[in-house]
Every structure is written in structure tokens, then in C-alpha cells.
Ligand binder design. Structure first.
Ligand code: SF4
Ligand code: SF4
Length: 69
């Protein structure tokens, strides 16, 4: 799992970038993007985001690997 930014809800305020203790969030074209490999699922960014734009998601690639072996 890692945090994931819902593009349609992100307002580009960068609160999550400043809040993340792992430096896992950066801005790309004024939208926040989470680098999943750095994310420790601490949920600090979710609390910081006033727009409900961040959620936790399963890593789909990891799931596929587990299923396909
Ligand atoms: S805090 Fe929320 S709205 Fe602001 S940049 Fe991060 S995801 Fe986007
Ligand atoms: S859940 Fe924590 S480590 Fe992951 S992006 Fe959000 S603030 Fe950073």
C-alpha cells in the first residue's frame, strides 16, 4: 500500500509535500505525486490535505506479481 493522489481533487496547494516526513511527495504540473517506494503509509499527508485528495491504495503491480507468481 501507499498514499495516492486523486488528480481531480488535488488543488496543488503543496500542504502534503511539506507534511510528508519521508519526502515522498513532489509536485508534477501543479499536482501532487507520491513516490510509492518512499511512502510508509503514515497518513500524515491525508490529514494535511484539506481537499480529501489523498487516499491509500494497494500497489497494483505487487498484487499482480503475487497472483501471477
Ligand atoms: S495537500 Fe491535497 S490538494 Fe494540496 S497538493 Fe497535496 S494532494 Fe493536492
Ligand atoms: S502516507 Fe506518510 S509517508 Fe506516505 S506520502 Fe503520505 S505523509 Fe508521506
Amino acid at each position: 500500500m501507499s498514499a495516492f493522489v486523486l488528480d481531480k481533487l488535488c488543488k496543488g496547494c503543496q500542504r502534503c509535500v511539506r507534511a510528508c516526513p519521508e519526502g515522498a511527495i513532489s509536485m508534477a504540473l501543479s499536482l501532487a505525486v507520491v513516490e510509492a517506494s518512499k511512502c510508509t503509509e503514515c497518513e500524515t499527508c491525508m490529514e494535511a490535505c484539506m481537499h480529501g485528495a489523498i487516499t491509500l491504495v494497494q500497489d497494483v503491480k505487487e498484487d499482480l506479481k503475487a497472483i501471477q507468481g
